[in-house]
Design a protein around this ligand. Structure first.
Ligand code: NAD
Ligand code: APR
Length: 242
């Protein structure tokens, strides 16, 4: 929908503090399943059996298998053109920050520097008992902590855990300074992350390949694949910017 893409391009060029907010839909074109669309993770496995503190403590083999599978995905999957375009836009100072619910680290791999990971990162592994830092290889091979023999875990937010309060506070500051927030690839069903985009005093845009319950709260809704839409917005900005 070219008219909407051009409007988003205009808003990005006009704005002085644009914040991008991403969810799992930002990584599906890299081959990483999201959660709540038809081929999403939570249609294959109940999050309450793998993504909770209880699972970490009482079903460690299931917990370790699920997150090892997710880490395996990161070995074969790569950031896609949409990630690269967001990095380019930060380089050109057209966006100020990326706030993400994703734990795949793809925004940083693609080159974004000002990234806030609300749900942590699969890339860092530590001991759930003594906190000693470890590594992906040890976790994937079910090795115990070398210091206390405890269970290793990725540094992500599970059900029942609070979000990293410092990251939360810094992300909130970005939103408070923003005059444009662009939500990409999130069903906005998980609190408190889903509250952030609505705290901006500026314009709100949502890019998603299906409509969500909250879409009528946005100034602009663009339906389709994140990668294609970002490519068209980028092309427009480059043409107008000439
Ligand atoms: P969830 O429903 O648990 O929401 C995420 C976290 O927000 C939860 O731990 C929840 O306790 C916390 N939360 C809820 N209300 C809060 C509040 N008021 N204050 C502070 N924290 C609050 O999400 P989930 O379904 O359990 O997700 C499981 C894991 O899957 C997450 O750790 C997430 O990091 C991971 N994940 C990764 C990707 C990706 O990398 N592409 C995508 C989705 C999920
Ligand atoms: N382009 C645009 N939108 C997409 C694409 C794509 N290529 N692929 C999927 N989507 C959309 C889906 O239609 C869905 O509405 O992205 C949204 C992804 O929503 P979820 O699967 O719910 O992922 P997310 O919003 O990130 O979930 C938030 O829930 O499981 C927890 O903590 C976990 O961070 C995660 C949180």
């Amino acid at each position: 929908d070219l008219e909407k893409v051009e409007r988003l391009g205009e808003w990005i060029l006009e704005s002085t503090h644009t914040v991008v907010f991403t969810g799992a839909g930002m990584s599906t074109e890299s081959g990483i399943p999201d959660f709540r669309s038809k081929e999403g993770w939570w249609n294959k496995i109940d999050p309450m059996t793998v993504s909770t503190i209880d699972a970490l403590e009482n079903e460690y083999d299931l917990f370790q298998a699920f997150y090892s599978l997710r880490l395996g995905d990161l070995k074969t999957c790569r950031p896609h053109k949409g990630h690269t375009i967001l990095a380019d836009l930060e380089q050109q100072k057209l966006i100020s920050a990326v706030i993400t619910q994703n734990v795949d680290g793809f925004h940083q791999n693609a080159g974004n520097e000002n990234v806030y990971e609300l749900h942590g990162s699969l890339r860092s592994i530590f001991c759930s008992k003594c906190g000693h830092a470890s590594n992906e290889d040890a976790f994937v091979h079910t090795k115990p902590c070398i210091k206390c023999k405890g269970h290793l875990r990725p540094d992500i937010i599970l059900f029942g855990e609070l979000l990293p309060q410092e990251v939360w506070g810094d992300a909130m500051k970005e939103i408070e300074q923003s005059d444009l927030v662009i939500v990409i690839g999130s069903s906005l069903q998980v609190a408190p992350a889903n509250e952030l985009p609505f705290l901006t005093s500026g314009r709100k845009v949502v890019i998603n390949n299906e409509s969500t319950l909250l879409h009528n709260q946005f100034d602009l809704q663009i339906e389709g694949n994140a990668g294609d839409i970002l490519q068209n917005v980028h092309k427009y900005i480059l043409e107008v910017g000439k």
